[in-house]
Design a protein around this ligand. Structure first.
Ligand code: PLP
Length: 440
């Protein structure tokens, strides 16, 4: 049991948490190793979402721990502006090994939200540098999640994350790709690519001369794993090319293996102009985000940078390329490669997908199941008009049984660590089946 006092519990306003409910019945995690947490009651809990889509390698990874310890003893911090340290250059090169070759210039941030902010700011500034300063509007997508910043919620499309916050950036939204008739598709649906054509309507409405960029997650994660329909991303790419609009892939979840490919762009075969990343870079051990750009974007800033002592891009964060985070990133990405973990995800994703779809019969309230790689989303109906209630009940029941799964909106989300064994998938699915049965 936790020794925390009520005063301590009350003093922390927790992120994206039902604080009142949590503080009555705190779920306190004390340790983690491999695919498991330990809670304050000493129970072992399977990590069904790899932290927050962060810890594909599992927890307490010796190589990352050692790299962090070594780095903090050697160089704990160095100024992010005007001075450098070797690890950031090594890591940027390493990151590009996981991306399409055209994305070869990497900017560091401290989180996914900062990466999105960076991508959007650079998109506007890029057009201005090219003499097209009217290109300032952004196009996001319904159900998209792009972080908690003002820019992220503006282009994001999850209503609950938007309604409280008033005016954001000048942004418009494509429809999501959950097309009726594609429910319970294992992998990419055949229908739905036509939803990319809505971009043409937005271009007609606002004119390409006013639009800086389109930003989408190749696979929407936080909205409950919405997999791109076949041909959809290709069509977005085509329209952006035809109308001189930058295409940004937000790969904060899909980067570095979750899809069974090096990143979503490679797995789905479509190259954006800009890619945002975070989470899995350091395996969640230390906060770090990154944004990769096509070289032409970088070169545009260099060519229009003024005298060489001047900044080409007045933008950055105190913790951009933090040396300890870079050390963690290098160790994490090296381990993903040396253990061949992305191939493992690909190999086991069929097993995982079939297992997840076997849940369909466990409750009449399940209206959809979607999956790709090591990610799955299960939608639950809300006959009483309270869509978030049943996912919460399922997640709490799972926690009681020793499983952590994410509940968000009307969905349950699964993203097991890349190291998960098939028996662990079986146990997770059995436990979920039991929890769903209790709902019916
Ligand atoms: C696609 C995507 N973009 C951005 C973010 C924001 O990342 P962070 O929470 O590190 O700011 C997230 C977080 O879940 C995400 O899934």
């Amino acid at each position: 049991m936790t020794n925390l006092t009520q005063k301590q519990l009350d003093s922390h306003w927790m992120a994206y948490t039902g604080n009142r409910q949590f503080k009555q019945d705190p779920r306190i995690i004390t340790k983690a190793s491999g695919a498991y947490y330990t809670d304050d009651k000493g129970r072992k809990i399977f990590d069904g979402l790899s932290g927050l889509w962060t810890c594909g390698l599992g927890h307490n990874v010796a190589e990352i721990n050692e790299a962090v310890a070594e780095q903090i003893k050697t160089l704990d911090y160095s100024p992010a502006f005007q001075f450098g340290h070797e690890k950031s250059f090594q890591l940027s090169e390493k990151i590009t090994e996981f991306l399409p070759t055209e994305l070869n210039r990497v900017f560091f941030t401290g989180s996914g939200s900062e990466s999105v902010d960076t991508a959007l700011k650079v998109a506007r500034a890029y057009w201005r540098k090219k003499g097209m300063g009217t290109k300032t509007k952004f196009i996001g997508r319904a159900k998209g999640y792009h972080g908690a910043g003002i820019s992220g919620f503006s282009v994001g499309g999850i209503p609950a994350n938007r309604t409280l916050y008033g005016q954001g950036l000048d942004s418009y939204h494509l429809p999501h790709t959950q097309v009726p008739g594609t429910e319970f598709t294992n992998g990419m649906a055949k229908q739905g690519a036509e939803r990319a054509d809505d971009l043409l309507n937005l271009i007609t409405m606002h004119d390409a001369s006013n639009i800086a960029a389109v930003i989408v997650e190749p696979m929407s994660g936080s909205a409950g794993v919405i997999v791109p329909p076949q041909g959809y991303l290709e069509r977005l790419r085509e329209i952006c090319d035809q109308h001189n609009i930058l295409l940004i892939f937000d790969e904060v979840i899909t980067g570095f293996g979750r899809m069974g490919g090096d990143c979503g762009a490679i797995e789905f075969g479509v190259t954006p102009d800009v890619m945002t990343m975070a989470k899995q870079i350091t395996n969640g051990a230390i906060p770090l985000g990154a944004v990769a750009f096509k070289q032409e974007i970088y070169d545009t800033f260099m060519e229009h940078g003024g005298p060489e002592y001047m900044l080409e891009l007045p933008h950055g964060y105190t913790y951009s390329a933090h040396p300890v985070a870079c050390a963690a990133g290098l160790a994490s990405l090296e381990k993903i490669r040396s253990e061949n973990l992305i191939a493992r995800v690909k190999e086991m994703s069929g097993y995982f997908g079939d297992a997840v779809h076997s849940l369909r019969s466990s409750s009449t309230l399940i209206t959809d199941i979607r999956n790709y790689g090591f990610a799955a989303g299960i939608t639950l109906a809300a006959p009483d008009g309270e869509p978030a209630k049943r996912p919460f009940q399922v997640a709490m029941d799972m926690w009681e049984k020793g499983f952590y799964v994410r509940f968000g909106g009307d969905t349950i989300q699964l993203a097991p660590p890349f190291i998960t064994e098939s028996e662990e998938i079986d146990r997770l699915i059995d436990a979920l089946s039991d929890s769903f049965h209790k709902l019916a």
